[in-house]
Design a protein around this ligand. Sequence first.
Ligand SMILES: Nc1ncnc2c1ncn2[C@@H]1O[C@H](COP(=O)(O)OP(=O)(O)O)[C@@H](O)[C@H]1O
Ligand SMILES: [Mg+2]
Length: 335
Amino acid sequence: MSQESNGIEVKGLVREFKNGPRAVDGIDLTVEPGEIYGFLGPNGAGKSTTVHMLTTLLPPTAGSAKVAGLDVATEGSKVRKVIGAALQEAALDPHLTAREHMKLQTSLHGLPKEERLKRGDELIERVGLSEAADRRVGGYSGGMKRRLDLALALVHRPRVLFLDEPTTGLDPQSRASLWTEVTRLSAEDGVTVFLTTQYLEEADQLANRVGIIDAGRIAAEGTPAALKSEIGRPSVEVVPRDPANRARSQEILDQFGTAVPAARDALGIRLNEGIDELVGIVRAFDSANIELASLVLNEPTLDDVFLAKTGRHLEGAGEADSAEMPLPDGETVNA
Ligand SMILES: Nc1ncnc2c1ncn2[C@@H]1O[C@H](COP(=O)(O)OP(=O)(O)O)[C@@H](O)[C@H]1O
Ligand SMILES: [Mg+2]
């Protein structure tokens, strides 16, 4: 990768915490310049630890990482000049307004005095906070705070942008407006974006490429389309109108695919072939005189990919761990 490149190259990256887990357990990944890379995984998977290493906040235990061609371990100050970051533990001061935050951030990054106000206002406008610019951040909604975080991270025109769960807890509308801005940064300004998320839909819709991380390791990587087509075949869920027909319904379905977990009352299979089999399924139920309350076709999702690679569903996958996490003083949380 050339010195000019905006990409990210990670090899065998490890982070161990004292008396803690191997939070990042040897990951390899490449992010192409200008790409949006979605780092998808449950709570505790190692997403933030990875971001902290890539943004030079935490030294790696082993392995190497280059950001924009610069080594995070040996060229930290150069790395910090070309990256922007909006991290989970964002430090916004509730007593300051957006414009005041901008004033601080632009001077922190050494922008010439005469440019500071202009750049600040430009970014505030860009993330849609112009009307709230002189209000204290303490009164902002979650979505407004996240948009301000993003604007602050862009002050020095970074070539690589790190966003750690930028939309967690946001309502769908705020989420969508952040997606629009991130897409624009990548498409129009050529900014490379490394974004972590717990949301399947976010990785699917926003990212050019996705790395699925679980327990410190990358379980799968590729474009959302390629990952899903690797799982390949869609699944079908049926609900027999009469629950007494469940067993016979399952027998019929078994001719067309292999059983998969389904919603309550439903029976599910992953199709052996593809959607062409739907006709056969409908006919089979018809000739067996079994009425169906519903028949649903589900295309593979990134959750199916996660399930196939880890044996668990993504949603709620981190909860069992966190419920048993020891507290610093040795007590255990009883969730
Ligand atoms: N400073 C730390 N000391 C000890 N363990 C840590 C520390 N930071 C994170 N961990 C642990 O490392 C694992 C990964 O955490 P993290 O990277 O924050 O996951 P994610 O961001 O995907 O939720 C978790 O088990 C977490 O408890
Ligand atoms: Mg995190």
